[in-house]
Design a protein around this ligand. Sequence first.
Ligand code: ATP
Ligand code: MG
Length: 502
Amino acid sequence: MLVSTIGDVVITNDGATIMKELDVQHPAAKMLVEVAKTQDNEVGDGTTTAVVLTGELLDKAEKLLDKDVHPTVIVEGYKKAADKAREILEKLSENIDPNDRAALRQIAMTSMSTKGVSGSKDYLGDIAVDAALQVKETRDGKNKVDVDLVKIVKKHGKSLEETELVRGIVIDKEIAHPQMPKRTNNAKIALLNAKLEIEKTEFDAKININNPDQMKLFLDEEERMLKEMVDDVAKSGANFVFCEKSIDDIALHFLSKKGISAIKNMSSGDMEKLAKATGGKIMASVKDLSADSLGEAKVIEESKIGDDKLTYVRDAKNPMAVTVVLRGGTEHVVDEAERSLHDALCVVRDAIEDAKVVAGGGAPEAETAKQLRDYAVKVGGREQLAIESFAEAMESIPLALAENAGLDPIDVMVDLRAKHENPENRWYGVDVFSGKVKDTKSLNVVEPLRVKIQVVKSATEAASMILRIDDVVASKGTKGPPGPPPGGPGGMGGMPPGGDYD
Ligand SMILES: Nc1ncnc2c1ncn2[C@@H]1O[C@H](COP(=O)(O)OP(=O)(O)OP(=O)(O)O)[C@@H](O)[C@H]1O
Ligand SMILES: [Mg+2]
């Protein structure tokens, strides 16, 4: 539970979110935050693993530094080890059929089994797989899944199991005027990025009005201009307007008289999704609206969920975009469910795009460590030490899993190393439920290869970057907000002492 100074509470088990929310001061620690961010952006899962591995790599490097191994040797050794680890992981990985729902489901469920929502992982796992397959495209013979096309609308109330997958776009807004139709069939949709209002002049102007007639003329003129705008909308053939900006009340009134519904103050993300789904173009002026700039959907209707009204755009021209309406007991539950669903969508995407998976539960890390040790001997010299340290750092993942499951890490490690002596046992990892070392593949603990490879990549790069730092020097600090003075309390106290290396 992360509590901010103003009392905001975030309850999460998502590594990326924890790192983002932490009040980090130390510049090296900020790099670990970056590791989590990169991992999250690139592959969507494995952020905790990446941060743990970076920490372990640095810890092991410190021990080597104490033994007078030069940082450049460590960095070189780590690089060789990372390249080899990638090769080992690729060889270890198994192919899946990207349309195999059952296989994808296992991957989604593994990523959610470590989260607070794990009780509903069957249900949410299905939703993640359905949503990802719905937005799957094939470009140049390759599968592509854009997870941004899966919109998540959060509504607390009811329970996680009442979460619904809508094939279309759900807008968290209601129709702007009570007299507008609440349901539009065969919608012709105008997407506007312009105000339907009279523009205020940029300079102060004064108008002298001497009698009531002039006042009336002035207001009539405003009304006429608004009516003209609405006429332009109607002329294009649109019967529904999504507007990114505001709409004047009088314009809303005219629109409703013409039977045109409208939603104002749309987010730009929603506008882009609508453009993609309905085939419409976002226009910067009502004058530019024409029949071929309009999008299409079979039905647009307003519907009530709990106390709120949502607008559903169903059966759009291009039904690629989907929306998950997430429900859950409290706001915190829904927030964490959103993060977990995001992780699940990303791992399913990774698996669909690459069609390569590995087992989880620390099995690939243990196997990589074993093979890296064999490799280290072949490399020899001082780099051998660095590669062996890398292997040991990889083993921190099954160790952490064992510790978190309340097991004795040494027992588990001994058992795990013994099992991995036999190549047949490559998928032996920690079964957190039985507390034993087991074949995690047969337990359906499966993860995309991409997550594991990115973990190795980002952890090695961050650790090497920190290892290359010779010294910390105070700079003028013209960029960004002022921080604590270097060297002072809370400053760079924890940095390794400046050396004469490199
Ligand atoms: N049922 C299970 N038994 C054993 N290990 C599991 C099981 N489910 C998941 N794991 C393992 O847990 C680890 C993932 O844990 P977790 O999801 O908390 O962290 P992460 O994926 O590294 O980061 P985050 O999900 O916060 O981005 C992986 O190594 C995965 O193989
Ligand atoms: Mg995870």
